[in-house]
Design a protein around this ligand. Structure first.
Ligand code: C2E
Ligand code: MG
Ligand code: MG
Length: 742
């Protein structure tokens, strides 16, 4: 529509603009306004009318289009157009409306404001168009006096700005919500602090930041209430985990400190320190800025801070839970669960020099019981400290009360180096405690593929080390595991077979050399499996000892022996005794002596007819405990024999303290006794027995030459296949009848 056709051509020149904003030369930013009209004159008069206008602090800048098509093109090129003054009738009657549709539907720009202008009221668009396409204003050009134009433009731009700020707000809030979701994933305080700064950067571009809080419980070794830098963004990683006071940037450090102390934000020209707190967990986020924050940014940050404060509290609680689950409360070392994680990493590592080990402190419970838990705890701390000082490259854990786990290079984690740590005593309280340890090792080469299986492997080696009489350490090998599996299977079978009454007690007669009569019998266990196979006691007794099953089985043996003793007495064989073998674990039971006495009394048996056979090895571990028990048994009149004498390691001085009745000369000293020079040891033992006023019985006599020689040496009693093999109880009674009454 041509301007000349307008009813009032000079409408734009009427001066009614005294309320215009004044021109401000300092203003640099502009609002881009697109004037669309096929009449060039309208362009120039519009521009002239609005020439000095400053809207909300900015000038207007004009872009000109002379057709609807032109307009669409320009709108696409200039994303920052905020207002379109649009003629309705141009190349077609509704070219202007096509532009409106293009803006809203094609470009999907809801924010651009549109003022429709037309020369004649007849071309006014329908009301629904105005509503649907969010048109700010519809004016006939006659209505547009300068003043009205200014007001219209002013209102439209203001409305644009509101829409823009709402949309920025929405975007900001979306970012905050998104940030909260991202941060939800982070479970350590450090990760969280780092994540918060990353999200903060999305809200405030061009900033660099620090996340500061008290380091206690978060930064390793943080021992006071100082502020630490937990995370940084856009700065340097060297600052992380450092004390804030160590920061070169003094003014930042001061601002952060006062922010934390005064519990409020501190805003300066080029920085902000934001304070937040939740559930007593307080922190400061410090931002260094290149330009001041806008009001909207400030509002967003406030919302963001509220949301992250709760997250910060949660992440602390989570870390506490994690610590409780993965840290040893006493030494603050990783615990068993975490050691398995470390072993998992050990398995994945391709460093073939790595070794893992378990260090088990010997007799720790004695220290705990004897000197008290406090001293025990201090001892553990001292041990932990000494092992950790070995090298930074090692990883240490406490995986049981007195067991430490360690993973490290071979040069540190080896028997010599680790054993050496125990060569000096440990200070615990007032005490200086000399302690020893057993160590199981597993090198990378023989390790399994999972942490848990490696722990199992080291345990196998450790158990072996504990049982070894030679070295207090052992390396894991595959064969050990095979053996362990076999052993576990056997123990399982032994347990069920014992419960099913498949164990029997057989008796091997013992005779007097002088009279040839049976003076007693040794009770020997027999295990016949369901398949009918006999398993040697030399095989299953150690397994029963290892598993603790020997306690139950041992009590059963004594019970059986006592029942047979009362049967012997009833059959007028009251002079015949029965010996039972007793293992170390039985002695270690507090109630061992009482149990024996109880069984004897219940069966109304003469205690002197029950003999307990012990081997020298029972003295190896805790001699005094054993000697005390034997003295008590002896007081009850029970008889004690020292089995397999000469094969163990016991010292004669200990032997002297034992309340013995008999010495048993081991079979190995009997086998060669008839050969020349083969009887020296047997001779010595028999002499020793005589001098100690003990009876001497020889085991394993298989022929008459051996018997002959024993007579010469002055041995009292004998036991061996030459006389009789071990036999079921009824056979034994028959044997007795034959030999003693026959
Ligand atoms: P031990 O106490 O030294 O028992 C003597 C072993 O020598 C028995 O082996 C017996 O059968 C065997 N023996 C006896 N005379 C001869 C002989 O003339 N020639 C040969 N070659 N061997 C002879 P067994 O029954 O196999 O028992 C082995 C070991 O198992 C026993 O050695 C004992 O230490 C242990 N044991 C057996 N029963 C029990 C038990 O009830 N409790 C405990 N703790 N250990 C037991
Ligand atoms: Mg024996
Ligand atoms: Mg023996």
């Amino acid at each position: 529509m041509q301007a000349s056709e307008n009813t009032n051509d000079d409408f734009l020149f009427i001066d009614d603009s005294e309320e215009d904003e004044l021109f401000d030369s300092a203003v640099t930013d502009t609002w881009k306004v697109l004037i669309v009209d096929d009449d060039p004159e309208i362009h120039s008069v519009t521009q002239l009318a609005l020439s000095d206008l400053v809207v909300l602090g900015r000038h207007l800048e004009y872009i000109h289009a002379y057709s609807g098509q032109d307009a669409c093109k320009l709108l696409e090129d200039h994303q920052d157009i905020v207002l379109v003054l649009l003629d309705v009738v141009m190349e077609s009657d509704d070219a202007g409306l096509a532009v409106v549709k293009y803006i809203r539907e094609q470009l999907k720009r809801e924010d651009i404001r549109i003022v429709l202008r037309t020369g004649q009221p007849g071309y006014a668009p329908e009301e629904s168009v105005i509503k649907d396409y969010d048109i700010n204003d519809y004016k006939t050009k006659t209505e547009l006096t300068r003043r009205k134009l200014v007001t219209t433009v002013y209102a439209a731009i203001r409305s644009y700005q509101q829409i823009d700020s709402v949309s920025k707000n929405r975007q900001g809030l979306e970012k905050i919500i998104g940030a909260a979701a991202n941060l939800l994933e982070l479970h350590t305080v450090h990760d969280y602090a780092h994540g918060v700064l990353a999200e903060m950067k999305k809200l405030v571009a061009n900033s660099s930041g620090m996340f500061c809080a008290r380091g206690q419980g978060i930064v390793e070794g943080a021992d006071d209430l100082s502020l630490y830098i937990l995370a940084q963004d856009g700065r340097t990683d060297a600052e992380v985990n450092q004390k804030l006071l160590a920061l070169g940037d003094r003014s930042a450090s001061q601002n952060i400190t006062s922010c934390f102390q005064q519990k409020q934000h501190i805003i300066t020209a080029d920085s902000c320190s934001f304070y937040f707190v939740s559930g007593g967990f307080r922190a400061v986020i410090h931002l260094t800025l290149t330009q001041a924050l806008s009001t909207i940014e400030m509002q967003h940050i406030e919302v963001f801070l509220t949301s992250i404060a709760t997250g910060y509290e949660n992440v602390h609680l989570f870390q506490k839970l994690r610590n409780a689950a993965y840290k040893d409360w006493l030494t603050e070392l990783p615990n068993r669960l975490d050691f398995v994680n470390l072993l998992d990493k050990f398995c994945q590592s391709d460093d073939s020099e790595l070794v893992s080990a378990l260090i088990d402190i010997n007799h720790f419970s004695d220290i705990n019981d004897g000197l008290g838990q406090d001293v025990g705890n201090q001892l553990l701390m001292a041990v932990a400290a000494r092992i950790s000082h070995l090298s930074d490259q090692n990883q240490l854990a406490r995986i049981g009360a007195d067991v430490f786990g360690i993973i490290g290079p071979k040069k540190f984690v080896n028997p010599e180096t680790l054993m050496n740590l125990f060569s000096r005593p440990f200070a615990a309280g007032e005490q200086n405690l000399p302690i020893s340890a057993c160590i199981g090792f597993c090198s990378k080469g023989s390790a399994g593929s999972r942490g848990l299986s490696v722990l199992n492997q080291i345990n196998i080696a450790l158990n072996l080390a504990k049982k070894s009489l030679h070295e207090p350490f052992a390396y894991y090998h595959q064969e050990m595991e095979d053996k362990t599996l076999w052993r576990l299977g056997m123990i399982r079978q032994l347990r069920t077979d014992f419960a099913d009454n498949r164990l029997a007690l057989w008796y091997q007669p013992q005779l007097s050399l002088a009279t040839g009569k049976v003076i007693g019998a040794e009770a020997l266990l027999r295990w016949q499996t369901v398949e009918g196979k006999f398993i040697s006691p030399a095989v299953f007794i150690p397994l029963a000892e290892y598993s603790g099953l020997i306690i139950e089985i041992g009590n059963w043996v004594v019970e059986q022996a006592c029942q047979q003793l009362s049967r012997l007495a009833a059959s007028q064989f009251e002079g015949v005794s029965i010996s039972v073998n007793v293992s170390i674990p039985q002695f270690k039971r507090d109630n061992f002596v009482d149990t024996i006495i109880e069984i004897i009394q219940r069966n109304q048996v003469d205690p002197s007819k029950l003999e307990l056979e012990i081997t020298e090895n029972v003295l190896m571990d805790e001699p005094q405990v054993i000697i005390d028990a034997l003295v008590r048994l002896k007081k009850q009149g029970i008889s004690i024999a020292l089995d397999d004498f000469g094969t163990g390691y016991s010292s004669l001085s200990y032997l002297q303290k034992l309340p013995l009745d008999r010495l048993k000369v081991d079979r190995s000293f009997v086998s060669d006794i008839a050969k020349k020079g083969g009887s020296i040891i047997a001779d010595t033992i028999i002499n020793l027995g005589q001098q100690m006023n003990l009876k001497v019985i020889a085991e394993g006599i298989e022929n008459s030459e051996q018997e002959q020689q024993l007579k010469v040496l002055g041995c009292d009693e004998v036991q061996g296949f030459y006389y009789a093999k071990p036999m079921p109880v009824d056979d034994f009674f028959a044997f007795l009848e034959k030999v003693n009454r026959g």
